[in-house]
Design a protein around this ligand. Sequence first.
Ligand SMILES: Nc1nc2c(ncn2[C@@H]2O[C@H](COP(=O)(O)OP(=O)(O)OP(=O)(O)O)[C@@H](O)[C@H]2O)c(=O)[nH]1
Ligand SMILES: [Mg+2]
Length: 305
Amino acid sequence: MTDFSSRTDAPTHSGFVAIIGKPNVGKSTLLNAFLGVKVAPTSPRPQTTRKGVRGIYTTDEAQLVFVDTPGIHKPKDAMGKYMNQEVNTALADVDAVVWVVDLRHPPTDEDKMVARQIRELPKPLTLVGNKLDVAKYPDEAMKLYRALLEGREELGEVMLSAQNSPAQVQALRDQLITELPENPFFFPRGASSDQSREQWAAEIIREEAMKKLRDELPYAVATRVNTWTERDDGLQRIEGEIIVEKNAHKGMVIGAGGKQLREIGQAARKQLEVFLNHKVYLGLEVIVINGWREDVEALRELGYE
Ligand SMILES: Nc1nc2c(ncn2[C@@H]2O[C@H](COP(=O)(O)OP(=O)(O)OP(=O)(O)O)[C@@H](O)[C@H]2O)c(=O)[nH]1
Ligand SMILES: [Mg+2]
């Protein structure tokens, strides 16, 4: 393992913390808030995150690597199985775990599934009650979530809003840093994520597609960025694909007169321009890979491996 920590002689601390929970509770929003940078896609739809993305926060002496994970759920297809597998891998690899719950509601069966997976895990665990800004009975809800971990000792606990309470999010991050083991850094100091820029841009495109599409379509879509070139004047020329699983979906994504595809492209381009601080040309094409969600080979080809 390369040691990137040779800036001072002081011992460095670093480690991995998984952010887990059922779909849609705000895990990716919390990851982005921890870092102050948009690393992961977020959307009002459950099962937005598909792959365990690492987001990296580095100080002079410490490096905290968060692993954002897909929401734990009952899988319906090969994609869903892959997603739950990503959570299991993350749980096995990390030094500590943050369990995010939605304080607006009492626990559901999915929360119970999550609790069963982590209750006896011999790793530091923090229960994060999220969406405090919109919860009517946060204390009561928190009590019910806590009860799912009965018998579990040394539980960290905090209620916050990943979206609206940066001070609490930073306090939690700083607390997690104090618990890191002594280690060299795993990533270079400047890195904010383990994704390539192409993977990151593909996720932004997928986020916008998921927000715009209806019914089953958001789940039938994958995205990929194939080429990215920079012009002399700084313009970023990005060519991407939206992959659907059957021919009939193609027109539904493109929309009448190409309107919907144009809207997805415009929204994604705007986000990319904000984060890259450059003008972006985004070319999008819709292609069909038959039944990709059920096809392990196709999943691998699309980066879900
Ligand atoms: N009001 C409010 N909304 C939030 C908060 N945190 C997240 N959300 C919203 O909750 C929705 C889901 O957020 P995500 O971060 O995508 O949730 P997730 O847990 O990563 O979801 P999956 O990847 O699908 O498992 C989005 O619409 C967010 O804007 C919060 O603190 N308050
Ligand atoms: Mg997510």
